[in-house]
Design a binder for this molecule. Structure first.
Ligand SMILES: Cc1cc2nc3c(=O)[nH]c(=O)nc-3n(C[C@H](O)[C@H](O)[C@H](O)COP(=O)(O)OP(=O)(O)OC[C@H]3O[C@@H](n4cnc5c(N)ncnc54)[C@H](O)[C@@H]3O)c2cc1C
Length: 397
């Protein structure tokens, strides 16, 4: 989840009004846990200290989210003798929505009568689409310029964030029903990926910190971005377990207001390996290919092509509807004992306890529309220093 979106989630109004009748009583599930949990029953286990030091940074990565104001493009198109099913433009939600999007794209391929498909792209969307198509009986080959760990998907934060920059508020309504199905399908699928060796997918706890009461933040939001709907709150309020407020008595942080959110996390290195292995075990093959234009699809053997090229679709199809949204992260040396993360949006920093390194995300103004994929070391170093300040102020309770 992004800071900006959290502010919306905390607000009592905004999205639900703008979405009109999207969430009906008939479709609204009952929350899985009681958000009104008694403060007396809330416990905080001793939290091991995150060693947040600039000299522990082992990697810095930057990449651009493929945002489309009208939502991802998932539709079939006839191109000469081929059917091309597009499946790209998933903004900051590609990992989260991948299985649902894969199912929608596979439906379209099957409707076109596909038996063999060429999936273009080997990121989060390409791999899950390929596996889903195999599951439904198709013979699949992946054609891609890069494969994990060198795809853009590998540089994501790796958390359940199904409505992060997935559509603009202006275009929310026509996309809402599809989003809901995709989010439900994905969420169900992720539950089947828990408890596996190497923990490709696991639950973690995130402490959400604020100096002011939740919902009353007046801090500025990143400049230049459109408004976004809060689909999770408005369409699927009970899908994931609810956060609990941490009472002052057991609050180990200096921030006055703290909530703890259970959150699904993807250990992207391990998870990508799992996906690659499953694809190969199912008889799939990956072929190196760099398409200069979609007209080159004509040379492929398969009559159905599923285009999962992410941000690459912008150049491949001359599709200016894809807006780059820059995001930079860094990794600190892994600390296996750390089993929690922190969001402190007003300090523009968050940290996630990924197994392959504690992932620190900086939030910066000017990310929206910014195609710059060059790492700015100062940005990550400053984020780690802000995190160090938060940790230094922690107290034993
Ligand atoms: C900083 C950051 C944090 C994020 N955090 C999260 C998160 O926590 N949770 C979440 O759900 N999402 C997150 N996202 C979003 C997520 O990473 C993207 O939505 C997702 O990676 C898109 O995956 P993709 O497979 O469409 O694209 P990519 O990973 O870019 O894959 C595209 C594939 O297509 C291939 N390709 C492209 N063009 C061509 C061509 N011309 N010829 C041949 N092959 C080509 C590439 O080589 C690659 O294999 C984050 C994004 C960023 C930038």
């Amino acid at each position: 989840m992004e800071r900006r979106q959290f502010i919306r989630a905390a607000s009592a109004m905004a999205g639900s009004l703008a979405l009109g009748g999207c969430a009906t009583a008939a479709t609204k599930p009952t929350p899985l846990s009681n958000p009104q949990q008694s403060p007396l029953s809330v416990k905080v286990p001793p939290l091991p200290m995150i060693d947040a030091r600039v000299d522990r940074i082992v990697a810095m990565n930057v990449c651009t989210r493929p945002f489309r104001a009208m939502g991802p493009r998932i539709e079939a198109e006839k191109m000469a003798a081929k059917t091309v099913v597009h499946n790209y433009g998933h903004g900051g939600s590609g990992w989260s929505l991948s299985w649902g999007s894969a199912a929608a794209a596979t439906d379209l391929a099957l409707n076109a009568g596909a038996k063999q498909v060429a999936v273009i792209g080997c990121g989060a969307i390409g791999l899950t689409t390929a596996i889903e198509a195999q599951r439904r009986g198709l013979d699949v080959s992946i054609y891609a310029k890069e494969r994990p760990p060198y795809v853009r998907s590998a540089y994501a934060t790796g958390i359940w964030s199904p409505d992060s920059r997935i559509v603009s508020l202006q275009h929310a309504e026509p996309f809402a029903a599809r989003w809901k199905t995709m989010a439900q399908t994905s969420y169900r699928r992720f539950q089947t990926l828990l408890g596996l060796e190497g923990a490709p997918v696991e639950w973690t706890q995130i402490y959400n910190l604020s100096d002011v009461p939740f919902g009353s933040s007046v801090h500025h939001e990143p400049a230049g971005e459109p408004d976004y709907p809060n689909f999770s709150r408005d369409l699927l309020p009970g899908l994931t377990p609810q956060p609990v407020a941490i009472p002052n008595k057991v609050n180990p942080f200096a921030a006055a207001h703290v909530k703890r959110h259970p959150l699904l996390m993807f250990n992207i290195g391990e998870y990508s390996e799992l996906l690659l292995n499953r694809f190969h075990q199912n008889g799939g093959r990956i072929i190196n290919a760099d398409f200069a234009s979609s007209s080159e699809f004509a040379a492929l053997d398969e009559s159905t092509v599923i285009n999962c090229t992410g941000y690459g679709a912008r150049a491949l199809l001359n599709d200016d509807s894809i807006t780059p949204v820059r995001g930079q992260t860094c990794k600190l040396i892994p600390q296996p004992e750390i089993n929690y993360g922190i969001w402190f949006w007003d300090k523009q920093v968050s940290v996630y306890p990924r197994r392959d390194g504690l992932l620190v995300q900086a939030q910066a103004d000017g990310d929206f529309g910014n195609p710059n994929a060059v790492v700015d070391p100062q940005e990550s170093e400053a984020a780690v220093r802000r995190l160090a300040d938060i940790i230094a102020e922690m107290k034993t309770v």
